[in-house]
Design a protein around this ligand. Structure first.
Ligand SMILES: Nc1ncnc2c1ncn2[C@@H]1O[C@H](COP(=O)(O)OP(=O)(O)OP(=O)(O)O)[C@@H](O)[C@H]1O
Length: 731
């Protein structure tokens, strides 16, 4: 039976076609299993560099480009382009095997020869070389073939490598981009080559080497070579099992993440089993959520047939993020029966359900932080104790609830590491009196805070012992979870193989909840993987945004430091715009003009996000936009996704989202960081540093939501964080 492969580029181009043309593409290929390629009316091209690359008529104006060897009945759909472009592309390209993985790659020899000459000319003027630190032997081991070596050896700058992205054989570009981003040879081997080798299905014959004696690139062999070579290029090529799957993929072409996982992502998501809790980390946009979704699917597929619905919990920080996960899961798993094995709910809602069921009554929850702080202030005044409202609230969250301290005696002995102000026994007794007054008041009113509910849910489950609701738990945005939430997650699933799968990035921690996973009974050492390729944003936005973090050190929740080394993007775009204004009115006017320009350029308003530090500014921006006739939705004020307007949200709300264009407004001195959110240094120096880091992460999160364009503006003095990034880019 014929095998059909779809190249990622084909899907991307298909996505941009008009509906009737898409329909034709589908009609042309839907019966592929019945055809040997003669039946597909493939046209040979006279001057083709690779005689197996042919074209096929889609409509009068559009042609598909297909790789189809003479013998065997495998096809690879490579391109779908306007007629002349398709022919031009088809005659120039060749399909070869990657020497390290034996996966199929495409190359444009003419362009490569031209690029080599260009790079040589540039290299004549400089002694700088990008890859002097890597030997020929290592490059060869990583799959760089001898045809490419002269080009690679003359590259002097990373921007030249970026410019070659589209013409280099794909996997070889991946290797070079990793090395250029500072990864070691072994790391690149593991993440690009070995990950790919491991994913090749066992049924596909492994060849020892794909290079000829002189290490030159070799064409894909005839007779069955193509389907094996396609199977060794997962991540770039998807093998289609039949017409239903073809239909499935072509129906949602924009969601390439469903089909094309990078080998480093697939390795984490589809590993048959982990011996205990496992974790995936990585900078913004590296696909952690995508991996968490695929892991949930993988676990669902492995469940025994008698496993009940909702055997797997897929959870995250907020309700909105959980709704996004649900929507994505529907795309990833069309089979409702399989999908029902996965329960998607945010952690607070789950905790609420557990406590509610126990008490057989609904719970009244205090949601506003302002109200909570006001209560602490009242209590401190009433008791005549000399602690600020913010200090008491932090002590309660970061020490008492975090360690589940339930008595004055335990509090006296509790570790306060992470808190900067030492507290002697007398002071602790005062704090405890305030805590008792606070909790008593809540109890008397039948009120709860979210964290209290989580702590209570964890306590209930621990007490009941053995009542494990789920076989597997998958957690996204894990960096912001509080220890009480972790205790709940720990209690929901029996410790052991594949119990917890955790996705998160501590550089994006914005709620100040530092935890040690090990101390919470969640040891991930040896089962933790970092993703490094950013799929969301341009190199320019990425490098500017990571510049914000220069000089900061962030823990990895496992006793070490998190790193962004090797973090990279393959797209290029315009650098972020940094726009000062002398007044708020001027800043808003500039912002409105920019949004207007984006909309005129064809960006849908809902694909534009505006991040602000506080809600009122968001409302002001919304009004300014509406006055100019541009619709806007302030996130959180109406159910998300219900309006087509520009999305405006606080930086906190931006977590987990993404937009084609992002404007971050009001990045003023005194606002970012928000003065009121920073503990005074003299009150608690450690907390002061933590608060500053959370505020910095908040700006980092907001800026990294952008796919194509980022604009950062302020009025009056700029945020000191912006001075930091400028200083780092000057270096
Ligand atoms: N293998 C892939 N192929 C195509 N697109 C991908 C792939 N992996 C991720 N993406 C896309 O990249 C974007 C970022 O992915 P995702 O939200 O999973 O990243 P993340 O690491 O969770 O980001 P953040 O930490 O910033 O929330 C999404 O648009 C996603 O669809």
């Amino acid at each position: 039976m014929a095998t059909l492969g779809i190249h990622k580029d084909f899907l991307m181009e298909f996505a941009r076609l008009e509906r009737p043309v898409q329909k034709r593409v589908h009609e042309v290929f839907e019966k592929f299993q019945e055809h040997r390629h003669a039946g597909l009316h493939l046209e040979k091209l006279e001057k083709a560099r690779d005689p197996r690359i042919r074209t096929i008529r889609i409509t009068q104006f559009m042609r598909g480009v297909v790789l189809a060897p003479e013998s065997g009945d495998s096809f690879l759909l490579l391109k779908v382009l306007p007629h002349d472009d398709a022919i031009a592309w088809a005659v120039k390209h060749r399909a070869t095997l990657n020497s390290a993985t034996q996966g199929i790659e495409l190359r444009n020899d003419v362009a490569l020869e031209r690029a080599t000459a260009g790079v040589r000319a540039i290299a004549a003027d400089t002694t700088k070389r990008l890859f002097t630190h890597v030997s020929d032997k290592d490059l060869t081991r990583l799959g760089i073939d001898a045809d490419l070596l002269p080009l690679v050896r003359h590259l002097s700058d990373e921007s030249h490598l970026d410019a070659l992205h589209k013409i280099l054989p794909e996997q070889q570009y991946d290797v070079l981009a990793g090395l250029a981003a500072g990864m070691g040879v072994d790391d690149v081997w593991r993440e690009v080559v070995q990950a790919q080798l491991e994913q090749t299905p066992p049924s596909v014959p492994q060849q020892v080497t794909g290079v000829t004696g002189d290490d030159r690139s070799v064409p894909v062999s005839e007779k069955d070579g193509l389907s094996a070579a396609m199977a060794r290029a997962q991540g770039r090529i998807a093998l289609i099992s039949g017409p239903d799957e073809l239909m499935e993929i072509l129906t949602r072409p924009f969601d390439a993440w469903r089909v094309f996982l990078h080998p480093s992502q697939r390795k984490v998501a589809c590993r048959p089993s982990y011996s205990g809790p496992a974790r995936v980390t990585g900078g913004p946009g590296t696909g952690k959520t995508v991996v968490a979704l695929h892991r949930a699917l993988h676990l669902a597929q492995q469940l025994p047939s008698e496993a009940p619905d909702k055997s797997i919990l897929l959870t995250t920080f907020t309700r909105d993020l959980a709704s996004d996960l649900s929507r994505s899961l529907e795309l990833l798993i069309p089979d409702a029966e399989l999908r029902d094995k996965i329960h998607v709910v945010n952690i607070d809602a789950l905790a609420n359900q557990i406590v509610r069921e126990d008490r057989r009554t609904s719970l009244s929850v205090i949601t506003g932080q302002k109200e909570i702080t006001a209560r602490w202030a009242r209590i401190a005044r009433r008791l005549g104790i000399d602690f600020t409202d913010v200090f008491l609230d932090q002590e309660w969250r970061h020490v008492i609830l975090a360690q589940d301290v339930r008595s004055a005696e335990s509090y006296l002995k509790a570790s306060r590491s992470g808190r900067g102000t030492p507290l002697g026994p007398l002071k602790r007794a005062q704090v405890w009196r305030a805590v008792e007054a606070f909790t008593k008041e809540l109890r008397a009113n039948g009120e709860w805070t979210f964290l209290q509910i989580c702590a209570e849910a964890a306590r209930l489950l621990e007490e009941r012992g053995g009542e494990r609701r789920f076989r597997h738990v998958v957690v996204d945005e894990a960096q912001d979870l509080h220890p009480a939430q972790w205790r709940l997650l720990r209690a929901l699933v029996t410790p052991g193989a594949d119990d917890l799968f955790i996705a998160g990035d501590t550089h994006q921690r914005i709620y100040g909840n530092r935890v040690s996973l090990r101390s919470l009974g969640i040891p991930v050492t040896g089962r933790s993987t970092r993703l490094r390729i950013n799929y969301r944003t341009t190199k320019e936005i990425l490098s500017w945004s990571t510049g914000l973090l220069t000089g900061t050190s962030v823990d990895d929740m496992d006793g070490g430091d998190e790193s962004l080394s090797g973090y990279r993007s393959a797209f290029r775009g315009a650098p972020p715009q940094l726009v000062p204004a002398s007044s708020k009115a001027e800043e808003l006017a500039g912002l409105v003009a920019q949004i207007g320009e984006w909309v005129t350029a064809g960006v849908a308003p809902a694909e534009i996000g505006i991040a602000v530090r506080f809600v009122q500014l968001g409302k002001d921006v919304a009004q300014a936009l509406e006055r100019s006739g541009i619709g806007a939705t302030v996130l959180g004020s109406s159910p998300s996704g219900t309006s087509d307007g520009v999305r405006i949200g606080t930086m906190h709300r931006m977590k987990g989202l993404e937009f084609r264009c992002v404007a971050v407004a009001g990045v003023n001195n005194g606002i970012v960081p928000m003065r009121s959110a920073i503990t005074a240094e003299e009150v608690d120096a450690q907390q002061h540093r933590e608060d500053l880091l959370s505020e910095l992460s908040l700006l980092f999160v907001a800026c990294t939501r952008a796919r194509e364009a980022l604009r950062v503006s302020w009025h009056g003095g700029p945020s000191p964080f912006l001075a930091m990034v400028r200083a780092s880019s000057d270096r």
